[in-house]
Design a protein around this ligand. Structure first.
Ligand code: SAH
Ligand code: SF4
Ligand code: F3S
Length: 485
């Protein structure tokens, strides 16, 4: 979900996180996360639950008593990568027989006890709604047993659990606002691995944002598989549950979080074209701290393919949503997800995806070859009939076109003045800092007096394909020139 890369991205892979102090007891947890931002956010909940049980997180794999992989099932290659990792860990266990290895997240949910019973790769399997049970399950495993809990829940949102923040920069953080997904896109495994959609109490969301701001964080990203269907105090049929309490939908939630402080930037992911309302766009337009950036996955530019994908919109509907964004926020950055070679996709339908991309000119895109997933509607109903070579060719055309658009977009952002949230040292050069502008474009500039977590004003004087480079200027200069907030 988080745009971090302007070309192809296989979701973030296997990042170790920590160290963070845990409770007493001296046991060490090495936690590795794969997949989408939701998994990275869940890992912070897991670290919190296990800290209560006496585990401190470590970044040193070889000093761990417990290694947990928080896994992703979205495409076959995501699962294969995790299998290889588990096989290597199994070999490592010969050196340290006390080491316990477990899997969490979507692959745990999808395969249940298979990795434990048949393949004997792990000691522990815990699905995304069962993390509160981790201390008990870990005790069982330490007592020499194997442990599994993959029960999905209709209510669990981990609302009151204070995540242990594992990103050590302390500037940006994720807040999960909902879990699960009710959409049943025909290619997608998420409804099977994450269960039914449920929204988290807005009070706990706002409280978490306040707490983060007080700790020095300056940006939050609100996370859900379909944030536009966030709802509180109203049921699926639109009936109000408690007439004494306000109904909170996504537009109101964004308004509430934006009020925490004008210096707290708010981002969100992922929007769904079928549910994104003008009301949400109008709230965004009113407030500078609601960042002008929308990730609106299209998947395909052809209405027949979209129908087979069960996405709930046509090409025309999608383009109408793009027009609404441009009308209400003319400068808003837009990114997307695209799937190449879905079942039955013809050359002409592939061409429709390219033509839609040309029409929208996305800032950034995540682009994938279709990968058939067990139990999905597409697996049961359609033939995966586009050859691997053909998928590859179509994907490279999509990537090449996107690279052109990304370059064009960065060039158009060059030459302007931005308010930039400083995130920390630049990846390439420690004498430089990097941050992002409201459009989520990375901006690199000389360090000077700036500090992580501060806002600075940067005049973008130069650019590469996807990053801006510039010089620091004063607030007064920025105001005189007219900066982009
Ligand atoms: N909830 C988000 C997407 C979550 S999955 C949404 O609806 O937009 C992230 C992306 O992975 C999807 O947007 C899709 O482009 C891609 N994806 C999902 N299942 C896939 C599959 N079976 N093969 C290839 N790509 C897939
Ligand atoms: Fe998957 Fe569709 Fe739900 Fe996104 S909206 S998680 S693609 S089922
Ligand atoms: Fe992967 Fe599960 Fe996220 S399948 S993309 S980790 S919801």
């Amino acid at each position: 979900m988080r745009p971090g890369n302007h070309t192809i991205d296989e979701q973030r892979q296997g990042e170790a996180i920590g160290p963070r102090p845990g409770g007493q007891g001296g046991r060490k947890l090495y936690l590795e996360s794969y997949g989408c931002q939701m998994n990275f956010s869940d890992s912070e909940i897991v670290a919190s639950i296990l800290a209560e049980a006496g585990f401190a997180t470590t970044q040193q794999e070889d000093e761990a008593d417990l290694i947990l992989l928080n896994t992703c099932s979205i495409r076959d290659n995501a699962e294969q990568r995790i299998r290889h990792r588990l096989q290597r860990l199994k070999q490592g266990k010969r050196d340290n027989p006390n080491l316990k290895v477990g899997i969490l997240g979507c692959m745990a949910e999808r395969l249940r006890d298979q990795l434990l019973e048949q393949e004997k790769l792990v000691d522990l399997v815990v699905g995304p709604d069962a993390y509160r049970d981790l201390p008990r399950l870990v005790d069982e495993v330490e007592g020499g047993q194997k442990a599994v809990n993959t029960l999905l829940s209709r209510e669990e949102t981990y609302a009151e659990i204070q995540p242990v923040r594992l990103d050590d920069k302390g500037v940006t953080a994720f807040i999960s606002i909902m879990r699960g997904c009710d959409n049943m896109c025909s290619f997608c495994v998420v409804p099977f691995t994450r269960g039914r959609e449920r929204s988290r109490d807005p009070k706990s969301i706002v409280a978490e944002a306040h707490d983060l701001f007080a700790k020095g964080y300056r940006e939050v990203t609100l996370l859900g598989q379909n944030v536009d269907s966030y709802k509180w105090n109203v049921d699926a049929k639109g009936q109000v549950k408690d007439p004494e309490e306000p109904v909170v939908r996504f537009a109101q939630l964004m308004d509430l979080v934006s009020e925490v402080n004008p210096d707290l930037r708010v981002r969100f992911s992922t929007s769904h074209p079928k549910d994104m309302t003008d009301e949400v766009l109008e709230v965004m337009a009113r407030k500078d701290n609601l960042c002008k950036y929308i990730h609106l996955p299209v998947q395909s530019g052809d209405s027949d393919v979209l129908k087979r994908m069960n996405r709930g919109y046509t090409r025309e509907w999608y383009l109408d949503r793009i027009a609404a964004i441009r009308r209400i926020m003319p400068d808003c950055a837009i990114s997307t997800d695209v799937i190449a070679g879905f079942c039955g996709e013809t050359e002409e339908q592939h061409g429709a995806t390219l033509s839609l991309m040309r029409e929208v000119r996305y800032e950034m895109a995540y682009m994938f070859k279709y990968s058939e997933r067990p139990r999905t509607l597409a697996e049961r109903k359609f033939e995966d009939d586009v050859s691997e070579e053909e998928k590859g060719r179509r994907l490279s055309e999509i990537i090449a076109l996107q690279q052109e658009h990304s370059r064009e977009r960065t060039a158009a952002q060059s030459g302007k003045v931005y308010r930039v949230l400083v995130e920390g040292p630049s990846k390439r050069n420690s004498e430089e800092f990097q941050g992002r502008n409201t459009y989520n474009t990375v901006v690199v500039f000389p360090k000077q007096e700036a500090q992580a977590g501060q806002y600075v004003y940067v005049r973008a004087t130069d650019h590469t394909a996807v990053t801006l480079r510039g010089e620091l200027i004063t607030e007064a200069e920025a105001k005189a020139e007219g900066y982009i907030a």
